[in-house]
Design a protein. Structure first.
Length: 484
């Protein structure tokens, strides 16, 4: 039996009523007639969470997604039109706000254009009133309206659904005063813009600072959707729906829209701090958290050393979600600095781990000059077997028992690093990764390079040395400047 045009029309209307995602696909041609729609599971997740608000399952929702993910279009344009038309809730009142009035007005105009389109009106004839049909506010004949305003000047109207889209600009997030102003508005002014206890606040944004509006929303217990651009185990958050479908670390969120080459270009262009916040949704303090990037010093020529020592951190497992194993060769300079000489890092099973450890030891044992004292390995899990085998081979291995947690050890090392007493080789190809990991600690995806750092700093300060020397000024061979 062939369906008539009326049958197809009825099916489309019913499908749109049941699914915000399906309505979004249908409405795309009205909003972006010259651009082909690229859809992915991340957009389904955003729609599922907005539907939870529509059905009363959520009254406070935070969605952290990377830029370019259709978050504004879905939340500020398509969702209100879906409520008024397919859901037959034209009495609902929407307030849309953003850090700039222009952005809020942009989405207001797009929503009005969608609702006034022939396609929409033929299926859901929502009548807009002539006396209130402006770019900042339009109203329908059932007293529902959608109004746009700047975030930090929210006055007057109240809404059933208040949409906060990017409360901070990138520049604002780097200003303490502007950041605090936005947080204050979120805490004190925004809650007063809702109609009643059934009203909802939906905040959709990328992370820009560890103390941004998102941090406050999380503290206040908002339902949370968080989708990093690249998959990181434990980073994704789902309040509704089936959760992140990815299982492989580094897997992309939206390859249909952001393929590997484009994401790599973004990462290279934006830098590690912006990537951590805007793409991965795990902001770290600019310049570092406990450990600031500006504290490190760099050398071109290896300073004169008193002794050298290898520090190791071995991973428990080698899965994609686990940390790496790391071997670092450190030295104590004759003026008392901790000097990182060399590093290898990888995910190795036990036989390969032994091979890498042995080779790294022999490589540095063969280098003349300051004596190589020992290889220090944490006596735990994979490290225990490695210690036993290397000892049988005659390697000077020292088991390490770490009595403190990593954060405490970071604070212990911080003052020494801040004093400019940790020197890094500016020419190493692994240096950017080391700096990124140090600056994002303790919120970064990995921290395996930091245990050897903390061990080395401790031993340079307090370990046995052949002679006692005061910590002096940085030698001329060291580049005493902020690399970042």
């Amino acid at each position: 039996m062939l369906l008539t045009p009326d049958d197809l029309h009825a099916c489309e209307v019913e499908l749109a009523k049941r699914s915000l995602a399906d309505f979004a696909r249908m409405a795309w041609h009205v909003l972006e007639p010259a651009t082909a729609l690229k859809w992915g599971w991340a957009l389904d997740a955003i729609c599922e969470h907005l539907e939870a608000v529509s059905y009363g399952q959520s009254r406070r929702l935070l969605m952290n997604v990377p830029p370019g993910s259709m978050k504004s279009l879905l939340t500020g344009v398509i969702w209100p039109a879906w409520e008024w038309g397919p859901r037959d809730r034209a009495e609902l009142r929407f307030l849309g706000t953003a850090h700039k009035q222009d952005l809020a007005v942009r989405d207001n105009l797009k929503c009005r254009r969608l609702i006034q389109s022939d396609w929409y009106q033929k299926r859901w004839p929502v009548n807009l009133t002539s006396d209130q049909n402006a770019k900042t506010k339009f109203e329908n004949d059932r007293t529902g309206f959608r109004e746009a305003m700047a975030f930090e000047s929210m006055t007057g109207s109240r809404g059933d659904n208040v949409i906060l889209d990017d409360p901070h600009s990138v520049d604002d997030a780097n200003s303490v005063a502007k950041l605090l102003s936005g947080v204050t508005t979120f805490r004190e002014a925004l809650p007063s813009r809702v109609n009643n206890d059934r009203s909802a606040i939906v905040c959709v944004m990328q992370r820009l600072n560890e103390a941004d509006v998102s941090a406050v929303a999380i503290e206040l217990g908002y339902d949370h959707l968080c989708i990093p651009m690249r998959y990181e185990p434990g980073r994704s958050k789902w309040a509704f729906g089936s959760g992140d479908p990815r299982t492989v670390e580094g897997e992309l969120m939206f390859p249909e829209r952001f393929p590997e080459a484009q994401v790599t270009e973004l990462e290279n262009t934006m830098g590690s701090y912006a990537v951590a916040g805007q793409l991965q949704q795990r902001p770290a303090p600019r310049g570092g958290g406990i450990i600031k990037t500006a504290w490190f010093r760099y050398y071109r020529d290896l300073p004169a050393l008193e002794w050298r020592q290898i520090h190791a951190d071995t991973a428990q497992k080698t899965g994609e979600e686990n940390d790496y194993s790391v071997f670092q060769c450190w030295g104590r300079s004759i003026t008392g600095q901790a000097v990182l000489i060399d590093q290898i890092r990888g995910k190795w099973e036990a036989p390969e781990l032994l091979t890498q450890a042995r080779s790294f030891w022999l490589k540095h044992k063969a280098i003349t000059g300051a004596p190589l004292r020992a290889m220090k390995i944490e006596d735990k899990v994979s490290g225990t077997g490695l210690i036993q085998t290397l000892r049988r081979e005659g390697v000077a291995v020292v088991p390490v028992q770490r009595a403190k947690d990593k954060v405490s050890r970071a604070y212990d090392a911080a003052a020494f690093i801040e004093s400019g007493n940790v020197l890094l080789p500016e020419w190493s190809d692994w240096l950017d990764g080391f700096i990124s990991e140090a600056s994002t600690f303790p919120s970064g995806a990995h921290d395996d390079q930091l245990d050897p750092l903390f061990d080395a700093v401790h031993d340079v300060q307090f370990g046995p040395v052949t002679q006692t020397r005061p910590v002096a000024a940085i030698p001329r061979t060291v580049t005493a400047f902020n690399r970042r």
